[in-house]
Design a protein around this ligand. Structure first.
Ligand code: FDA
Length: 306
């Protein structure tokens, strides 16, 4: 119930105003978000890659209904990728992109052209782009754009959300050679008709999807903080005799940082999803929805400031 309420709030303009103007301590937002500027993102990337972790950078922002805003997002990604190329962080840091931030809700062709420009900049920086998966209503469009992009940029990463009933079928379609696929549980509100709403069912679906991806020929990117799922992933890697460089774990910046380092120290590839920018509201609210402890942390911070 609480999760659903927070997810509904994550798309409400009214609640957004209240949260954005609440007397938040800087630390509360900073726990999940690397900062506001490209320089903040690069500092964070340098720190994490220096510790043996990989990074995927997300410029915060989503649900754009304004062409100029979509253009500004593309320009921001291109600048980020040029700076990554200059700092030679490229191969260890890629970018994650929300298609709704580059115009998907306005015009799919515009989003495809904009994503192409970002993929071109990523290639010049010797790195890759992964297309985040958003609200369930965007899945078919996002997979369609992914297939178009992969004609020219076969290393473009896909994301599958295990809470969707079609997740396993999508994994089977995407488990081919060279196909980079991030598997996550899914962070948006979705109705029973298209998604599992019981946590156990979502977890079971994650395991089924992971089995398909780990048995397949692609490059699985297992995005979860769930210790049971991480253990199952390690067992599947042994079962399928996968070398550590044929798959990776992914976790969010600020969540289970010690576990990220523990896995990396054991020789696993671990990529940290680092979000930055000023449009932090939707991303921040989804993190609150995932875990009551995150919400308690937020409420305590507001209470101590007010
Ligand atoms: P869940 O939230 O169920 O937590 C399972 C267990 O993990 C907990 O019981 C606890 O043991 C442990 N845990 C979780 N948080 C913890 C914390 N703060 N401290 C300690 N332990 C903790 N979603 C989406 O819809 N589209 C997308 O494109 C992406 N992209 C993405 C990239 C990456 C790299 C990650 C890690 C996640 C995403 N997500 C996403 C978000 C994803 O769908 C999901 O909402 C969150 O990862 C939370 O799910 P978990 O798998 O961590 O399990």
């Amino acid at each position: 119930m609480l999760r659903q309420a927070l997810l509904v709030a994550s798309r409400s303009g009214g609640v957004r105003k209240i949260v954005e103007t609440a007397p938040l301590t800087r630390d509360v937002v900073r726990r999940f978000i690397a900062g506001e500027t490209v320089a903040d993102a690069l500092d964070c990337t340098e720190r994490l890659t220096g510790e043996g972790l990989l990074v995927t950078l997300d410029v915060l922002g989503e649900d754009t209904l304004d062409k100029a805003q979509a253009e500004a997002t593309v320009a921001h990604y291109v600048e980020l990728l040029e700076r990554l190329a200059g700092s030679e962080l490229g191969p260890r840091a890629e970018v994650s992109l929300k298609l709704t931030a580059v115009g998907q809700a306005l015009d799919e062709d515009l989003a495809l052209q904009n994503a192409r420009r970002i993929c071109t900049a990523a290639r010049s920086a010797s790195t890759t782009v992964t297309l985040d998966m958003e609200d369930h209503t965007t899945v078919d469009s996002t997979l369609g754009i992914l297939h178009e992009l992969r004609r020219d940029f076969p290393d473009t990463g896909a994301v599958i959300q295990s809470y969707l009933r079609r997740a396993e079928e999508h994994c089977a379609e995407l488990a081919y050679e060279g196909s980079r696929v991030r598997l996550c549980k899914g962070a948006y509100a979705a109705p029973e008709a298209v998604a599992f709403t019981d946590k156990d069912d979502v977890d079971k679906s994650y395991v089924r999807c992971m089995k398909v991806l780990m048995a397949g020929k692609g490059y699985p990117m297992l995005a979860t903080h769930d210790p049971r799922l991480v253990d199952i992933a390690s067992a599947l890697a042994v079962l399928h005799e996968r070398d550590p460089d044929t798959y990776e774990y992914q976790m969010l910046y600020g969540i289970r940082p010690q576990e990220q380092r523990r896995l990396a120290a054991q020789g696993a590839q671990v990529r940290v999803y680092v979000a930055y920018g000023s449009e932090w509201y939707g991303y921040f609210m989804r993190r609150l929805a995932e875990r009551p402890a995150n919400l308690a942390f937020f409420m305590r911070s507001v209470a101590t400031r007010s």
